[in-house]
Design a protein around this ligand. Sequence first.
Ligand SMILES: [Zn+2]
Length: 214
Amino acid sequence: MIKKLASVLFLICFASSCSLAGGSKSSKRAESRAAGAAVTGGMICGDPSIIGEVVGDVPGKLKGCGINDAVKVRAVSGVVLSQGAVVECETAKALKTWLDTGVKPAFSGVGGGISKLRVAAHYSCRTRNHKKGAKISEHGKGRAIDISGFTTKDGNEYSVLSDYGKGKAGKAIRHSHKAACGPFGTTLGPKSDGYHEDHLHMDTARYRSGTYCR
Ligand SMILES: [Zn+2]
C-alpha cells in the first residue's frame, strides 16, 4: 500500500512537477538561464542561488587535508565559474556574499556587469604556497578559492595579473578584492606577499585577531 502510494505520488510529481521537488527544479532552470550559459547541477548548500553538485566527503592524501560534505560549485547568484569549485558550503556561501555585496556592485558600470569568474584554484591537498613542510593550505580543507579573472556580460575578460587597478575594470577588480575582506576571513592579492600577483586568494579561515586582508 505504501509502495503504491509512493509510486502514485511519484507519478503525480513527475507529471506536474509537484510543489516540493518542482520548486527546486524550476529555480535550477531559472538560475541556469540567469547565468547565460549551460550550467549543470541543482541547488546546493540549501541556497537556490548556489548551483552545482553534492560531492560528499573528500579524503585527503596528506594529514590535515580533506573535506566533509563537499560541494562542487558551478554558478553563484547567476555568475558562472570557469570550472567547478570543490569547497565546503561555508565557503560557497562566502562566495555568494562576496559576489552580491562586492563584485556585482563593483562591476555594475563595467561591460554590462559581471557574468563569469575564472577559478584558478579550489580544493587542492597541499601546503601553503606549495612550500615543503609548511602548514596545510586552506585549499586542502575546501575553505579557499583563487580567482584570476573577471568576465563581463559584453564578453571581455579582465585578469588580476594585467588589469588589477588599471582603468574601470581594473578598479572594479581592486574594489572586489577589498570587498572580499569580511565575507572571507583571509584575502590576499597583488602586492601582498609575492605569491598572489596573478590571482585573489580568499579563504574562510578566521583568526582570533579577526580578518587577515592584504
Ligand atoms: Zn589560494
